[in-house]
Design a protein around this ligand. Structure first.
Ligand code: ZN
Length: 107
C-alpha cells in the first residue's frame, strides 16, 4: 500500500486544473472532463435496493466548466465550486489522480 496522497498545490489554469502532489507527481485535468465526471449524486444518480435513479440529462453552460473556487475537504478530497453554482461534487484525491493518468480518447 502506498502512502496516502497529499496535495502540494492546486490551481485552475486556463481550461485545466493543475495539481501538484507532495510526492512530486503532477496532474493536469481538463475542467470540462472534471465537471462531466462530477462524482456527486446529482450528476451521477444513485441506486438503492429498490429503485434506480437516473440523473437528468445535464444542460451545461460555458460557466459549467469554469472554476469559481476550490476547497480542500478533510485532507482527502477537493470540493470544486463551479461558476454556475454547482458545488456538491467532492473529488477524492485518488479519483483526481486516476483521471489525470487516463489519456483522453482521440476525437
Ligand atoms: Zn455534481
Amino acid at each position: 500500500m502506498s502512502a496516502p496522497l497529499a496535495l502540494a498545490d492546486v490551481q485552475a489554469i486556463g481550461t485545466e486544473l493543475a495539481i501538484r502532489w507532495r510526492d512530486g507527481r503532477e496532474s493536469f485535468l481538463p475542467l470540462e472532463a472534471l465537471r462531466r465526471n462530477c462524482p456527486c449524486a446529482l450528476c451521477q444518480g444513485e441506486s438503492t435496493a429498490t429503485t434506480t435513479y437516473s440523473p437528468k440529462r445535464k444542460d451545461y453552460s460555458p460557466e459549467s466548466f469554469v472554476v469559481r473556487s476550490i476547497q480542500p475537504v478533510g485532507g482527502y478530497a477537493l470540493q470544486i465550486i463551479w461558476a454556475d453554482g454547482h458545488a456538491t461534487g467532492l473529488y477524492p484525491y485518488s479519483y483526481l489522480l486516476s483521471l489525470g493518468e487516463e489519456s483522453p480518447p482521440p476525437r
